[in-house]
Design a protein around this ligand. Structure first.
Ligand SMILES: C[C@](O)(CO)[C@H](O)COP(=O)(O)OP(=O)(O)OC[C@H]1O[C@@H](n2ccc(N)nc2=O)[C@H](O)[C@@H]1O
Ligand SMILES: Nc1ncnc2c1ncn2[C@@H]1O[C@H](COP(=O)(O)OP(=O)(O)OP(=O)(O)O)[C@@H](O)[C@H]1O
Length: 288
């Protein structure tokens, strides 16, 4: 039996460059891990079956679960005869833009690599993860990275300046496909990825705050105006900078003092049920 941690990610930047012939979009994004995590228990089964148990009734417990797909991929690629019971204690909100399902898949790949003694490299696990979803490769490594391609090409970068992150998720779930589908490429507002890389490199908190940017905001904001108001609230209650993560609808605020974190969290009471105060993890930390 083995426990693995599956942390959420946020996007510090998300740029969309163009639409590709395979239907995906070419992106350039800086992602970093935060300390809000699902906990996954992996238990070997001699009957070869893959079973999913989850604490959240809205998470699928069959082949649609990304953790199931991760286990199945390893079984078929490497002729594994064992099965596994995967118990997912869900902490990361679902369909939120925080890569919850992708991180469960990535943690399952890492955990089963150990449990089933497959001895695969992280690079190989990340390659396999890309077959499940674009965010899975990043989640295999964690830490902070520049992701390109459709999101699966990962280049590790330094950890961003340490700070608090207040995450707030409105009561809606957003479909990533719908948001990319609504994007008009000629109207994209491109973030300055280079400036963000420099800010991170110089451990420059203000520079990081000034250069947050997400090309998908305009689509999600148009479809779900409540996300715009939430962003304004977080800013008004004192965050240094605010951005939507991924395709949304979660919005996060960066703050560098604990006192202001509680002010924002208290301020959001009544506007938003799902609020989390977490910290950037930043560095790769695969010890579960
Ligand atoms: C928004 C982000 O979460 C930012 O990290 C990712 O770009 C999306 O990653 P993901 O949820 O793992 O997405 P996938 O499961 O691979 O794709 C879901 C759908 O989103 C669209 N999609 C996704 C990634 C990408 N680079 N271009 C796209 O157009 C496609 O319609 C795809 O069918
Ligand atoms: N282990 C899982 N946890 C949560 N959702 C899962 C899982 N496996 C499959 N899903 C499905 O994936 C959908 C998207 O959920 P998820 O929480 O991964 O979205 P997300 O945070 O927006 O992801 P991303 O940021 O990668 O786009 C859910 O609606 C759910 O049906």
């Amino acid at each position: 039996m083995l426990y693995v941690k599956a942390p959420a990610k946020i996007n510090l930047t998300l740029d969309v460059l163009h639409k590709r012939n395979d239907g995906f979009h070419e992106v350039e994004m800086i992602m970093t891990t935060v300390d809000l995590a699902d906990r996954i228990k992996l238990e070997n089964r001699e009957d070869g079956e893959i079973l999913i148990a989850t604490t959240d009734q809205f998470v699928p417990n069959d082949q649609r679960n990304f953790a199931y797909q991760a286990a199945q991929l390893l079984q078929t690629k490497y002729g594994v005869k064992q099965g596994v019971t995967i118990t997912i204690e869900k902490e990361i909100p679902i369909a939120a833009g925080l890569a919850g399902g992708s991180s469960d898949a990535a943690a399952t790949l890492r955990g089963l690599n150990t449990l089933w003694k497959l001895n695969l490299s992280l690079d190989r696990l990340a390659e396999l993860g890309a077959q499940i979803g674009s965010d899975v490769s990043f989640c295999v490594y964690g830490g902070t990275a520049l992701a390109t391609g459709r999101g699966e090409k990962i280049q590790e970068i330094a950890a961003p300046p340490s700070c608090w992150v207040v995450l707030a998720k409105p009561k809606i779930g957003v479909s990533t496909a719908e948001i990319y589908g609504g994007l008009q490429i000629d109207q994209v507002k491109h973030p300055n990825t280079q400036a963000m890389l420099e800010a991170i490199d110089n451990d420059d908190y203000e520079g990081m705050c000034q250069n947050l940017g997400n090309a998908l905001e305009q689509v999600t904001f148009h479809l779900y105006p409540e996300v715009v108001s939430l962003k304004e609230q977080i800013k008004r209650f004192g965050a240094d900078a605010v951005l939507m993560s991924g395709s949304g609808p979660t919005v996060y605020g960066l703050v560098d003092t604990e006192l202001r974190v509680s002010r924002i969290v208290n301020g959001l009471r009544g506007f938003c049920d799902e609020v989390y105060a977490v910290r950037l993890v930043g560095e790769r930390n695969l010890l579960d």
